[in-house]
Design a binder for this molecule. Structure first.
Ligand SMILES: NC(=O)c1ccc[n+]([C@@H]2O[C@H](COP(=O)([O-])OP(=O)(O)OC[C@H]3O[C@@H](n4cnc5c(N)ncnc54)[C@H](O)[C@@H]3O)[C@@H](O)[C@H]2O)c1
Length: 443
């Protein structure tokens, strides 16, 4: 309701802002690392439900992610985790025990562990009514309208108006289910629900500096060239190596760079996606340090070592992406180049220490920009909370950079790449078999 003074309420402000043109970027100076920011103001309790008690929520040695840690800083003493939903109850309890033994005990001392969303809903007291859900369960259990894999739809139905944060990718089910993702996106936008998806690389200062250069100079992107090379011997989860379980490395992992490419190139004409792969059984695809026993995975489910794709954006620009399972060690080697008339913006090493190389018209040399102390994981949750709280009238103060619909589009692109590479591999196998038959016939 509009207030008696004629001023808009927070919900109205949010709705009208979403209806108007969506701001696609954040001024880089607004991306402040955690140690230089204060927790959000206000007195009232901020009830939040965590779905999933795994690595993304509570951290792991594999990377810097840890949503709980950053939310504790952002929400400060207002934070109350009313429930931790995870079928692995022991893991959830163990995690809570550690939190309760630390100085953040006030956020977790009354947290209830529930096996399912239904269990929480059926036992929830009025005091526990959540203001937000953060969903970090595996993508195979969400992103659809099918019972048991429809947590978003269930939250929208039973907790209308409650904000959502969903981890990437939005799903990893069969390709036919992508349309259900778009239906969820429509439910989210029709209900004006605040929703952010965890494509945190969009919140990098370097990424936003690239956006700023493009906006300030009114540039039109001509091409995006992305490379994502993981360090495969440190990928220890057996499911990751099994296409039937993780949907393959482009969908599960390359998704970050496909999304970042789309962030600069715009919507992709899916009918143009072409791709090739280097498969596990080809000579060049033999890897010496796979950390799991790949023999336990059916041959048809083993992942490709290289996938290389090209496509046209709706704008006419061209995109390309190569995913590699080839390097060893710990650090990944990832780069994104964005070209426009006279410009090359080259983002290097966004995961460890992002560097942006900028080549401008009239200069053959690249200017080098480094971004110390940047924390895109903090920026993404910080902006999400600021949008929920709608703390300032200033429309530039908080922005969600990855909507659910946008994230479904990135998911669709990764599936299109996988399918195109599988088509090429099949065609090559058929051609080789045909050539072999001919040879036998000729002999
Ligand atoms: N943005 C990033 O850089 C980043 C990093 C890590 C993980 N992730 C994403 O986060 C998600 C989770 O990954 P993770 O590494 O934390 O996995 P994980 O396996 O460590 O944890 C997942 C947890 O979810 C629980 N779970 C399973 N089914 C559930 C259900 N139906 N409801 C609630 N919980 C359920 C599991 O028991 C487990 O405890 C994935 O989508 C992954 O891609 C993103």
């Amino acid at each position: 309701m509009t207030s008696p003074t004629g001023e808009k309420t927070a919900a109205e402000r949010r709705a009208s802002r979403r209806g108007s043109e969506r701001r696609p970027s954040i001024d880089p100076w607004r991306l402040v690392p955690m140690d230089k920011s204060e927790h959000i103001g206000g007195e009232d309790i901020f009830n939040i439900v965590f779905v999933g008690a795994g690595n993304i929520m509570f951290g792991s040695p594999e990377g810097p992610w840890n949503h709980s840690f950053r939310l504790e800083h952002k929400l400060g003493p207002r934070m109350k985790v009313v429930a931790l939903i995870d079928p692995a109850v022991d893991r959830a309890k163990e995690t809570l025990k550690k939190k309760c033994n630390s100085f953040v005990v006030s956020a977790y001392k009354d947290t209830r562990v529930c096996k399912t969303l239904d269990e929480f809903r059926e036992t929830m007291t009025a005091k526990e009514t959540p203001k937000a859900f953060i969903v970090g369960s595996p993508p195979m259990f969400r992103g659809t309208l099918k019972s048991g894999r429809d947590v978003e739809a269930q939250i929208l139905k039973h907790f209308p108006g409650v904000a959502l944060f969903i981890e990437k990718p939005v799903a990893t089910g069969p390709v036919e289910e992508i349309k259900e993702g778009y239906e969820i996106a429509k439910m989210i936008s029709d209900s004006n629900t605040v929703c952010s998806v965890g494509y945190m690389l969009r919140y990098l200062k370097a990424t936003q500096q690239m956006k700023k250069i493009i906006e300030d100079n009114n540039l039109t992107v001509m091409a995006t060239i992305a490379r994502y090379a993981n360090a495969y011997d440190s990928i220890l989860k057996p499911d990751w190596w099994d296409k039937a379980k993780s949907a393959g490395p482009v969908i599960e992992q390359g998704t970050h760079f496909c999304d970042l490419s789309r962030y600069f190139g715009g919507d992709v004409d899916m009918s143009t996606v072409m791709a090739h792969s280097l498969e596990w059984h080809e000579n060049a695809g033999r890897l010496s340090k796979i950390p799991i026993d790949e023999n336990t995975i059916p041959p048809e489910n083993r992942i490709p070592r290289v996938t290389s794709a090209t496509w046209k954006y709706e704008s006419g620009a061209v995109g390309s992406f190569t995913h590699l399972t080839a390097l060893q060690g710990y650090n990944y080697s990832c780069e994104l180049e964005v070209y426009a008339d006279g410009y090359c913006l080259r983002l290097v090493d966004p995961y460890q220490s992002p560097i942006l190389y900028v080549r401008k018209p009239g200069d053959d040399h690249e200017a080098v920009h480094r971004f110390a102390d940047d924390d895109p994981f903090f920026s993404e949750v910080s902006h999400w909370i600021d949008v929920i709280e709608d703390i300032e009238e200033d429309p530039d103060s908080a922005t969600i950079l990855s909507s659910y619909e946008d994230a479904v589009k990135s998911y669709e692109l990764t599936w299109a790449i996988r399918l195109a590479s599988e088509r090429s591999a099949k065609a090559k196998a058929a051609a080789s078999a045909g050539a072999a038959m001919k040879e036998v016939g000729a002999a």
